[in-house]
Design a protein around this ligand. Sequence first.
Ligand SMILES: Cc1cc2nc3c(=O)[nH]c(=O)nc-3n(C[C@H](O)[C@H](O)[C@H](O)COP(=O)(O)OP(=O)(O)OC[C@H]3O[C@@H](n4cnc5c(N)ncnc54)[C@H](O)[C@@H]3O)c2cc1C
Length: 369
Amino acid sequence: MERVVIVGAGTFGASLAWWLAERGDEVVLVDQFEPGDVRATSGGETRLIRCAHGPDADYSAMARRARTLWLELEAETGASLLTECGISWFAHGDDGWETTSEATLRGLGIPVVRQEVSEAAAQFPSFDGGDLAWVLHEPEAGVLRAQLGVQTLAAAAAARGARVVRGVARPDGDRVVVGDEVLEADRVVWSCGGWLAKLFAGLVELRVTRQELFFFEGDPGWKHAPGWVDYDRAVYGTGDLHDLGVKVAWDMEGPLLEPDADLPPATAETERLTRGYVADRFPALATARLVGSKTCRYEISPDSQFIAAPHPEHPSVWIVGGGSGHGFKHGPAMAERIATAWDGGEPLPARFGLHKRKRGTSLRSAGSN
Ligand SMILES: Cc1cc2nc3c(=O)[nH]c(=O)nc-3n(C[C@H](O)[C@H](O)[C@H](O)COP(=O)(O)OP(=O)(O)OC[C@H]3O[C@@H](n4cnc5c(N)ncnc54)[C@H](O)[C@@H]3O)c2cc1C
């Protein structure tokens, strides 16, 4: 049994609290906000869960394991978190992300279907695939409720004995200071999303960016449409889930935005660009009423790989994050991997380290950096 303090109750921190509390660790989970707050990256309503990661079998397998753990969390708590609507990847050629993803997923035994464009079109109420070569469909992928997910993780961790503390924490060597309280532990984890770069300046390199989402009014057929990703055009979306409207979002890196700055409203320019894509791909939605828009933040590592590594000067202190626009789904599986590595099991990959990183291919749903 270890005493563990985790600062940051996003998907990474709340998952770790849930995981460690189950095995009997004495866990304190600290956050400046309530879990699921909209200012945290995990505080959005929905997030895609997909296994396709191009040629990367490790992330693909981790996403698949995460799906199992999200289902276990549902079973444990009764919360409804995963809509298994499938995800369709729109392939513009035969040698891209979708082709390597298909080979990787088949190698791992993860269900995947290669569709003709006409077959894929039938799954959407309105679809123009004239520019597409084929579509890769992941039938067991889908959409997670993100905010509800982290709230559920934190509550389940508390039910397993974790203490959830509200407050702004600061590092003091291998200790955590929250107001007047100094927390000491066998291990400390800083899973502070976009705030990590400031908390550990010079050690953690992240770009915190503003991202925009749009929700359109669609006909009832959209309630049963798959999620989708147009990787080469850096756009993704979902059907009309939870009455939010049909979601369409650009996945290009937005302008920088401080983690503590207010989230500004979405811009008319991005709405115009989004409507342009919608008119191309889902023509019946071209003039659909906008029922909502939002902004949120990505915290992007240079190579879009996650971070999970010990502090070089304080080996009991760990830094976890770098979700890079694709981290949500992986939370519970990352927690399991971190705990396993701590127990002397399979070490975490070196690429999660705190080394200087080079820019790399985007592992999120954006082919264009
Ligand atoms: C628009 C959008 C779409 C996305 N789509 C997807 C998707 O489809 N699929 C997917 O898997 N991922 C997606 N992501 C990415 C995913 O949401 C993030 O990678 C993930 O949520 C990051 O989680 P985190 O735990 O690292 O950070 P956060 O959720 O930001 O949590 C960090 C927490 O740390 C707390 N904190 C920070 N500093 C302190 C401090 N000093 N003291 C106390 N508390 C502190 C914060 O309050 C916060 O609650 C998307 C992200 C966005 C913004």
